[in-house]
Design a protein around this ligand. Structure first.
Ligand code: ZN
Ligand code: ZN
Length: 182
């Protein structure tokens, strides 16, 4: 759905949509797993020429990959959003900084309006946690043997500790010999 500036100049644009799974594209690690339901309204900010405010609610499930163990993770995103889009020409005028200070998420658009799908993609990305994990307690993948530690424990860490211990012991032995020689 395209939200045109022309229409916004005469009235607020209400939207209500069910966007089929997979229609909104992300990068290779994220997929829109279910239909995305959204409902909201786009309006022009009164003081401006082309600043568009988009408010609404969004509900979707996202398929992602756990940052620690690389297994598939499905998680729901259900949130209210309130974004401001400025014409790209305003990007150089420092308007962004002012608005960001006010705690509002800002985007830019080019041309005579914005694509609702682009707005929704932005909302999903803003809602993503810094680190996606299948479980807070996920043990991740062993950096030595590649074993998923949630499925089975490997003994790599113990071995590494033994190696260090052995090295220390041989070092001590060497120092002792050196001591005897003196
Ligand atoms: Zn995991
Ligand atoms: Zn291992």
């Amino acid at each position: 759905m395209f939200i045109s500036l022309q229409e916004l100049e005469t009235q607020n644009v209400r939207f209500k949509a069910d966007i089929p799974a997979g229609e909104i594209e992300f990068d290779s690690k994220l997929k829109q797993a279910t239909a995305l339901h959204t409902e909201g309204v786009a309006s022009l900010l009164s003081h401006s020429v082309g600043d568009v405010r988009v408010q609404g609610d969004l509900d979707v499930h996202i398929d992602a990959v756990c940052d620690r163990c690389l297994e598939a993770v499905k998680f729901p995103i259900r949130r209210h959003f309130d974004l401001v889009y400025l014409p790209a020409s305003e990007a150089v005028e420092g308007g962004e900084e002012e608005i960001e200070e006010a705690g509002v998420d800002v985007g830019f658009y080019e041309g005579n309006g914005l694509e609702l799908n682009d707005v929704l993609r932005e909302v999903v990305l803003l809602d993503l946690p810094m680190q996606v994990v299948c479980d807070e307690a996920c043990k991740g993948i062993c950096p030595v043997c590649g074993q998923n530690r949630n499925q089975r424990d490997c003994d790599c860490r113990t071995k590494a500790e033994d190696d260090r211990w052995n090295k220390l012991k041989s070092l001590r032995a060497e120092m002792a010999r050196e001591g005897i020689r003196k």
